[in-house]
Design a binder for this molecule. Structure first.
Ligand code: 13P
Length: 251
């Protein structure tokens, strides 16, 4: 059975390293007991090196929340993919809507995805529409977002790609998208991937859902949504809830 992937995006939380250690440790001890779930935690950059050092056996992989699209040079405040590679990072969230909202374009995201795949890091490519419309305009939007974000990636490099469908209206919301609708979208996303890279590649690419997932709704979303995993925001820094979520999906 293919492993289910649960990614915790801590975003800009917590504000102290002590708290980060506490969340990481508790998540890790829960993750050590899981059989069918891979856990990836994406803390803020400043905590990454120390959390990586506190790792014994890697029941939890540490990922990053973003990366820059150049390898080195005069780019104040940016982090190079090579730096992440050197630390041993295997996953990087790319194109999160909160970064797109601050000016990241499909073009920049396409460069990041291609660079990461080239050096053996899995990009967790976030896609998602702002609103849904009766006439299906959001499907066209999504299709071009996927195509544009992958336009520098060839079939031979696609193996490590992970796609995370996060409808913007469901992020930080009260409720997640309906599992039936997630199912429809997961089929649509695979269809777009199949058109680009072929059926086998599309089936092999993990598709995650993100947006207001918690321990209560996770299982239904996972089962009815027919997805390969979840990208979790708020609930990933709420240790008790996140541990419960992991156990539920593993069971
Ligand atoms: P929430 O789970 O807090 O809605 O955030 C989802 C998200 O943006 C994960 O990347």
């Amino acid at each position: 059975m293919k492993k289910r992937i649960i990614v915790g995006n801590w975003k800009m939380n917590p504000t102290t390293f002590d708290e980060a250690k506490r969340i990481f440790k508790s998540t890790k001890s829960a993750a050590e007991k899981l059989k069918s779930v891979s856990v990836v935690l994406c803390p803020p950059f400043v905590y990454i090196p120390q959390l990586l050092n506190s790792r014994t056996e890697s029941a939890v992989s540490v990922g990053a929340q973003d990366v820059y699209f150049e390898e080195r040079g005069s780019f104040t405040g940016e982090i190079s993919p090579l730096m992440l590679k050197d630390l041993g990072i295997k996953y990087v969230i790319v194109g999160h809507s909160e970064k797109r909202a601050k000016g990241q374009t499909d073009e920049m995201i396409a460069k990041k995805v291609a660079m990461l795949l080239e050096i053996g890091i899995s990009p967790i490519l976030c896609i998602g529409e702002e609103t849904r419309s009766e006439d299906g305009a959001h499907l066209d939007f999504l299709k071009s977002q996927i195509k544009n974000s992958l336009n520098k990636v060839s079939k031979k490099n696609i193996g490590d790609l992970i796609v995370a469908y996060e409808p913007i209206w469901a992020i930080g919301a009260k409720e997640a998208m309906k599992p039936e609708d997630i199912y429809e979208m997961s089929i649509f996303i695979r269809k777009v991937l199949a058109d680009l890279y072929g059926h086998d590649e599309a089936v092999a690419t993990p598709v995650l859902y993100g947006g207001s997932v918690n321990f209560r709704n996770a299982l239904e979303i996972f089962e009815k949504g027919q997805i390969n995993g979840l990208l979790v925001g708020r609930e990933s820094v709420n240790v008790a809830g996140f541990v419960e979520l992991l156990k539920t999906i593993d069971a």
